[in-house]
Design a protein around this ligand. Sequence first.
Ligand code: ZN
Length: 165
Amino acid sequence: RPLSDERTLKNHEQHRERVNCGKAGSAMVRTHTQIVSTRGQGDAHDITGVGAAAIAASGLRAGVATVFVVGSTAAVTTIEFEPGAIADLNRVFETLAPRDGDYKHHLRWGDDNGSSHVRAALLGPSVSIPFVGGKLALGTWQQILLLELDTQPREREVIVQLVGE
Ligand code: ZN
């Protein structure tokens, strides 16, 4: 509706003004890319170190790290990275979107990875994590998980983008 659109636009402009009134040019952006080889559906990788290394190399002390996987059949989240929790997560996905289920996606492309797309959409491709004092503000039992959901091994491109100072 026009009224709410106008309001949104106005809010956006006010927000921009506030941003522009701050210390100009103090925030910096650093982008780091890492390739991770995976072995097919359910293969889990602890990529916490990729984020930590990107921060260390950047020289930034505080900000937000976005960890993102390129592609529609893999996902990034956080989890306690131990085999039990990984198996539990994969079991839940097998219930929600069974690999051998019937998927319209299979009819459309002759693909076999309908379960991969559904699982990836549910989990999402990225997490944003604050970093403080040059370190990710993760809990002790909270690691960054890259979960392969495709039915075949893939070369995954993981992007870590830092916005900070
Ligand atoms: Zn597909």
